[in-house]
Design a protein around this ligand. Structure first.
Ligand SMILES: Nc1ncnc2c1ncn2[C@@H]1O[C@H](COP(=O)(O)OP(=O)(O)O)[C@@H](O)[C@H]1O
Ligand SMILES: [Mg+2]
Length: 229
């Protein structure tokens, strides 16, 4: 299974080079992305998800070129963000989860069965008919994950998915992201360094460049040592 390969990638937004000469070759199942605010982590996540184009360089995600094979990339990759409100599309919990299946055009019975299974896995069964916008922040983020995982993505890209959650919900969300039974790969942008250390490999961004790649314990130590108070 091919992973994530970038070579000489630059992303220019406005008149700033937000990512500069990024080269990575990542085949680990779980990869954390850490670094200061503004270091380019979200841009990197969006680039992998096909949401931001590269200005220069080569990119391969699951063997695909995100710019030229964006439809297939969207089928195989799910992206989750911090703000659960921005990820809710339909009025009820069950409808919102079912909406994630629209591209697969399942029969009504297949859709109902998959939605029920996914809701159960994410502890949302009792909330199925509730208004999605009235959920708590933690429930909304579980709903967003439920919608991501129901499509059986090969890669889940999560950009600070636990940023607004309390400890208990953050743990729940993290446990789903790391769960091996879904058979997915994970790219996790996070400021939670303990969570970053749960990954197989960590990437440190600084000022739009990759400042380090390696075992999470080493990279977290490198990051902490680089912080000037
Ligand atoms: N659309 C944009 N136009 C210009 N600059 C941007 C744009 N989006 C992000 N940036 C800048 O790019 C840098 C990296 O942003 P981002 O990837 O969001 O960093 P991080 O997620 O690490 O905080 C920041 O300095 C940010 O201000
Ligand atoms: Mg960010």
């Amino acid at each position: 299974m091919s992973g994530i390969r970038l070579d000489g990638v630059t992303v220019r937004l406005g008149d700033a080079d937000v990512l500069r000469d990024v080269a990575v070759d990542l085949d680990a199942r779980t990869v954390s992305v850490i670094g200061e605010n503004g270091s380019g982590k979200s841009t990197f996540a969006r680039l992998l998800g096909g949401l931001t184009p590269a200005t220069a360089g080569r990119i391969e995600v699951l063997g695909l070129d995100p710019a030229r094979q964006s439809a297939e990339l969207r089928r195989r990759v799910a992206v989750v963000f911090s703000n659960p409100d921005a990820q809710i599309v339909l009025p009820t919990v069950a409808e919102d989860v079912a909406f994630s299946l629209r591209a697969e055009k399942p029969t009504r019975a297949e859709a109902a069965e998959r939605v029920a299974g996914a809701l159960a896995r994410f502890g949302l069964t009792d909330l199925a008919e509730r208004s999605s916008h009235d959920l708590s922040g933690g429930q909304k983020q579980l709903l967003a994950l439920c919608g991501a995982f129901i499509r059986h993505p090969e890669l889940v890209i999560a950009d600070e998915p636990t940023a607004f959650l309390d400890a208990r919900n953050a743990r729940r969300v993290a446990d789903h992201l790391f769960a091996e039974e879904h058979g997915h790969r994970l790219v996790l942008v996070t400021h939670d360094l303990a969570l970053a250390e749960r990954c197989d490999v960590a990437v440190l961004f600084a000022d739009g460049r990759v400042a380090g790649i390696g075992t999470p314990a080493d990279i977290v130590a490198e990051y902490e040592a680089s912080i000037r108070w």
